[in-house]
Structure formats: structure tokens, C-alpha cells
Design a binder for this molecule. Structure first.
Ligand code: ADP
Length: 366
């Protein structure tokens, strides 16, 4: 029986070739490769073994588990998993770039319809995850991959997990700080899909501003920046606020009109943004509701993916992130030790924090 399994595994491995190295992730080295039968480009994520006490990082297990279950146009596709020479390899559809790179590449002009299109694709992918009971818990522009056809794919499910009725206890130490919602900054352990929606709001703001909207250096700094941009949350709008485990009283900041920050945004865009960035998680719009919002159904309509701005391969806009393009966000990730320390109460024995240091990456998308 074991021989049959080994043979099958070896034959699966032969379906793909590994060519050059294109990236270095938290728990894997990523290669560009090809499907032997068709010649189509693919990405192979070779999981680093041995550096974790139980052999394989929990991030890798999560990624395999969720990507095997989720199949959607706007979720990165896991084509195969095979082992070779004591390594585990994930075969993924190949992507050309990611949204962080596009945002930082100031040679690319974004039209309002382009922003709408990226937002719509993000929400479609996310709505599918939420409908299937999966929280992403690490949405940010560099986890939104873009194919050479301009299609956006939600990627990196290393911090994802199932969620239920909202009573389940989970770690608040998830989501990169700049995209982390106020309830997690205040230590909430029971939370829901609305945490991902806050991240979507931060991404939306960043697409309009071309810089991160709330770029705090710590949890407290993050809250202060949020308050100074949007005003303090009130108990009238968020009655349970003060009962959160790590609640801290900060100086009161009065509300500010949104158009101060987003002077070029349409009223529809502002309404949409307010729906994502509601302080009270229960008042945040869901992915499903957002997709029905007039913002997506009025002119200018979402740009067709094939018409979205993309750096053209081989024309000098290299996919290798130059230091000036790769500055703040990447440094932030490196500094943000907690980013990969997320350990849910029911996951604690997995020691997810151990050894999952984020490494600096070169992004080389062919
Ligand atoms: P991390 O664990 O740091 O989130 P990943 O392991 O997902 O990062 O990927 C590391 C790098 O490998 C990415 O930044 C990108 O350069 C490259 N990469 C990952 N997946 C793909 C893919 N499907 N297509 C093309 N390049 C990819």
C-alpha cells in the first residue's frame, strides 16, 4: 500500500518542473516552474522543514488545509501538493505581482474604476471565504496577488482559521498591525468576519491615498492614529467597547469629516469606506452586503481586469521590489513580530510563534 502511495506521489511530482527561485516566504521558498504537460507557468512553494519543533509550521498546515477547500476565481488556486526528498511542495497558480507593488509604483495611474475593480475582486474572494466559514486574518495589499490577466487573488492563508457563531475564543494577535481592527487592538478574543472587513477598509483607503491610512508602530500608536484620523469611538456607537480585555482610555478626539482625507473620493466611495471602517464590528458591512452597495453599480463601473494597470514584464518595471518601493511596508512586517505569533487558544500546543520569523523578500515575478 505504502509503495503505491509513494509511486503516486512521485508521478505527481513529475507533473511539475522547478525553475528559478522567485521568493522567500515565512515558511517556504518559492520557485517559478511549469506544468510539464501544458508548459503553463506555475509557482512552487517548497516548505522549509526542520526549523519547527513539530517538523512543519502551523502556517503551512493552515495554508494547505484551507486552499484545498477553497476554489474561487479570486482565491489563489492550489493545484497540487506533493513531497520530494523530505520536502513538501505546494503547486500554486502563478501570479505576476501584488497590490502592494502596484500601490507603491507611482508610475502607474489609478482611475476610480480601477480601485473599484480591485475592491470588487477582493470582496468576491473574501465573501467566498466567509461563506465557507473561513477567516483570513492577514489581509493586506501584499497578500492580494495579481495574475498577468489582471485578476486579483486573495493569497497567504497562513493565519486563516474557521469561525463559528462568534463565541469561539481566538487569539487577537493576528492581522498585520496597520490593517488590524480596533477590537483586536483592544484584545478581543471572540470576533468574526468583520475583522477581515476592517482590513478591506484599510486597503480601500490605501488604494485611494497610495499610502497606508493607519501606519502605527505599536498597538497603542495604531489606536492613536486611528482616533486622530476618524475621531474617538463613542459608547453610543459601540456599547461594549470598555469591556474589551485590553481597553485603554485615550484622549478624546472629535469626529472629522471624511472628505478631509479623501478629497477626490465620490460620495458613494465615502459611504462604502465608512461601512468598512465602522468602529463597532457589529455595524461593519459584510462582504456580501458591500458587493451590493451602489458604489459598485454606478458609473464609473469597475474596470475589466484585462484593462487594469500592470507593470509590463521586460519593460524596465522590474518585479524585484526596489528598496524605495519596498521600504515601509516590508520593514513594518519585519518589525511586527506579533504578525506571525498568532496562537489561538486551541492551537497553543502547536507553538505557532516559534521560528516563524518573517524574512525579507525579493519579489521576482518573471
Ligand atoms: P509570505 O509567507 O511571506 O506571505 P509567500 O510564501 O506567500 O510569502 O510568498 C513569498 C514570495 O514568493 C512572494 O512575495 C512572491 O514573491 C512569491 N510568490 C508566492 N506565491 C507566488 C505565486 N503564486 N506566484 C508568483 N510568485 C509567488
Amino acid at each position: 500500500m505504502a509503495d503505491v502511495a509513494l509511486e503516486k506521489n512521485a508521478s505527481v511530482g513529475k507533473m511539475w518542473t522547478k525553475e528559478k527561485k522567485i521568493g522567500e516566504g515565512t515558511y517556504a521558498t518559492v520557485f517559478e516552474g511549469r506544468e510539464v504537460a501544458t508548459g503553463r507557468k506555475i509557482a512552487i512553494k517548497k516548505i522549509k522543514l526542520g526549523q519547527f519543533k513539530d517538523g512543519i509550521s502551523l502556517d503551512a498546515i493552515r495554508e494547505i488545509k484551507f486552499l484545498r477547500e477553497l476554489r474561487h476565481e479570486n482565491v489563489i488556486e492550489l493545484l497540487s501538493v506533493y513531497s520530494a526528498k523530505a520536502n513538501i511542495n505546494l503547486v500554486l497558480e502563478f501570479c505576476q505581482t501584488d497590490l502592494e507593488y502596484l500601490i507603491k509604483n507611482k508610475t502607474l495611474l489609478f482611475l476610480p474604476g480601477d480601485v473599484k475593480s480591485w475592491m470588487q475582486m477582493t470582496l468576491r474572494g473574501l465573501e467566498f471565504c466567509h461563506r465557507n466559514g473561513v477567516l483570513h486574518r492577514d489581509l493586506k495589499p501584499n497578500n492580494l496577488f495579481i495574475t498577468s490577466e489582471g485578476v486579483l487573488k486573495v493569497a497567504d492563508f497562513g493565519l486563516a482559521r474557521e469561525f463559528g457563531d462568534g463565541s469561539m475564543k481566538m487569539t487577537p494577535e493576528v492581522i498585520t498591525t496597520w490593517y488590524r481592527p480596533p477590537e483586536l487592538l483592544f484584545g478581543a478574543r471572540a470576533y468574526s468576519s468583520s475583522v477581515d472587513i476592517w482590513s478591506v477598509g484599510c486597503i480601500f483607503a490605501e488604494l485611494m491615498l497610495r499610502v497606508p491610512f493607519f501606519a502605527g508602530a505599536s498597538n497603542l500608536d495604531q489606536l492613536k492614529i486611528m482616533y486622530s484620523a476618524m475621531g474617538s469611538p463613542t459608547e453610543a456607537e459601540w456599547p461594549n467597547l470598555k469591556t474589551l480585555p485590553d481597553y485603554v482610555q485615550l484622549d478624546f478626539v472629535p469626529r472629522k469629516p471624511w472628505h478631509l482625507h479623501f478629497s477626490a473620493a465620490s460620495p458613494d466611495a465615502i459611504t462604502m469606506l465608512k461601512g468598512f471602517l465602522a468602529y463597532n464590528p457589529n455595524k461593519r458591512v459584510s462582504a456580501k452586503e458591500a458587493l451590493l452597495n451602489p458604489y459598485f453599480h454606478t458609473s464609473p463601473y469597475p474596470t475589466h481586469p484585462s484593462k487594469l494597470p500592470l507593470p509590463t514584464p521586460g519593460t524596465g518595471v522590474a518585479r524585484i521590489l526596489a528598496p524605495e518601493l519596498n521600504g515601509q511596508g516590508q520593514k513594518h512586517v519585519l518589525k511586527d513580530k506579533k504578525r506571525k505569533k498568532g496562537v489561538d487558544e486551541d492551537d497553543e500546543e502547536d507553538g505557532e510563534g516559534s521560528g516563524t520569523k518573517k524574512v525579507a523578500r525579493k519579489l521576482t515575478f518573471g
